[in-house]
Write a protein that binds this ligand. Structure first.
Ligand code: ZN
Ligand code: ZN
Length: 415
């Protein structure tokens, strides 16, 4: 490489060059980033970019402006970049760093697509992904959580810390923190006070890894149940009554139950009450809840009790049945869906609640359901066939009026 273009990691180098040499900007925009850090296997995109920027001693916005000026229109630092990272962007970052596109794509939340839900959107809120509300490059809500002990071991933020049902550290058995312990601001990692080696709060400079946090009581099932939920997410399927189904069904139902329990106050459940007592943190009452979108405001200790209970309710038909009976849930309540997030109930759920109504049949299977199922099978390397469709989704539309049309979708995509 020409001497003129070598990268020096000493301070102000980039700035000095930018002022003095107009063409240097262009060179950097076309350059491959020298010795980039490789993301950790479970690292979050913004965490990787923040570490990379820190390595070159600049803020994330400066780093992106210098090396990726052509991405300016994307306004990455003004948005939730972990949601924005799609396959096209991953390709760009891959070309600039020579790190595999798959590794980079996997750091983004879109990589949960077809595992957590059908689609992950960057222009709206997403089910089970905590909201960060970026304003002026700062996070305005408590959507990013972390474990200080994990940071002490390895200085990076994990992708799973953005999930609504991840509230404890499985490794250190402690609660996650969702704000700066020193000034209480939400965690922002794409800005930092400079001159400090570790991730720190841009408002007060507190180094996040120095925090201490409470251990979760050993009587709690939180760690165990969270682990199992994450396993379902990572595997892409769950087992119910000895049959595998795809994980999207599961997480759709998790969200539905979260709304029933948290927003509509159907809270009669032993595990839920035990957990609330153990963490000594009651769930907010209906009156205190101002929005219907839990992802905007659910607190760590509420989330623990809520999702520990939900895992238990969904573990088999018997416990689901008990939950329905204890709370006197009618078929009507279980079967009411509003436009938006919980629209389009999965077949598996319809089947689960069908016990509470006589005479339900599979006329409900729609073309969209089949298309989504086919997409999922393709993505997971499962051969597309009617038999596999029935096996993995529980969808069996033999008696369906539109059976011909539905079967054709599968036939057309057969592998
Ligand atoms: Zn930890
Ligand atoms: Zn702070």
């Amino acid at each position: 490489m020409n001497e003129k273009f070598r990268f020096y990691s000493d301070r102000n180098f980039l700035y000095r060059y930018r002022v003095q040499k107009d063409d240097y900007r262009e060179t950097l925009a076309n350059a491959v980033i020298p010795n980039p850090l490789t993301p950790f296997k479970d690292e979050l995109f913004s965490s990787w970019i923040a570490r990379l920027s820190a390595k070159f001693d600049c803020q994330v916005s400066t780093f992106l402006n210098i090396y990726f000026p052509f991405l300016r229109d994307k306004r990455l630092t003004a948005r939730d970049m972990d949601l924005v990272l799609d396959s096209e962007l991953a390709e760009i970052f891959s070309q600039k760093t020579r790190i595999s596109k798959t590794i980079i794509y996997n750091t983004g939340l879109k990589s949960y697509e077809s595992y957590l839900s059908e689609t992950i959107r960057d222009n709206s809120r997403n089910n089970l992904i905590s909201t960060v509300k970026i304003k002026g490059s700062y996070s305005k809500s408590y959507g990013l959580k972390y474990c200080p002990y994990c940071l002490r071991e390895n200085n990076y933020f994990k992708k799973q810390w953005r999930l609504l049902f991840v509230n404890v550290c499985e490794k250190h058995n402690c609660y996650l923190l969702d704000r700066c312990p020193s000034c209480n601001n939400p965690i922002t990692i794409t800005k930092r006070k400079k001159g400090i080696k570790f991730f720190n709060c841009p408002f007060c400079g507190f180094e996040f890894h120095k925090a201490e946090n409470e251990k979760v009581s050993s009587q709690s099932k939180a760690v165990e149940n969270q682990k199992k939920m994450l396993e379902i997410l990572n595997n892409g399927y769950f087992i119910f009554e000895n049959k595998p189904y795809y994980s999207i069904f599961y997480f759709w139902t998790v969200k539905k139950l979260a709304k029933l329990i948290y927003l509509d106050e159907y809270r009669r459940n032993d595990i839920l009450q035990t957990e609330i007592e153990l963490h000594n943190y009651p769930l907010k009452s209906k009156k205190e809840i101002k929005s219907r979108f839990i992802e905007d405001f659910l607190e760590v200790k509420e989330g623990i009790s809520l999702f520990t209970a939900i895992y238990d309710i969904l573990k088999d038909r018997e416990s689901f049945d008990k939950f329905v009976k204890d709370n006197n849930l009618s078929f009507y309540i279980l079967n009411t869906f509003k436009e938006g997030s919980d629209y389009n109930p999965p077949y598996w759920y319809i089947d689960l609640i069908s016990n509470y109504q006589v005479g339900i049949n599979n006329q409900i299977v729609t073309e969209e359901m089949i298309r989504n199922a086919v997409k999922w099978m393709q993505k997971n390397g499962i051969r597309v066939s009617l038999r596999n469709l029935a096996k993995w989704t529980g969808i069996d539309f033999c008696s369906n009026k539109k059976a011909k049309v539905l079967k054709k979708i599968v036939e057309d995509n057969k592998t």
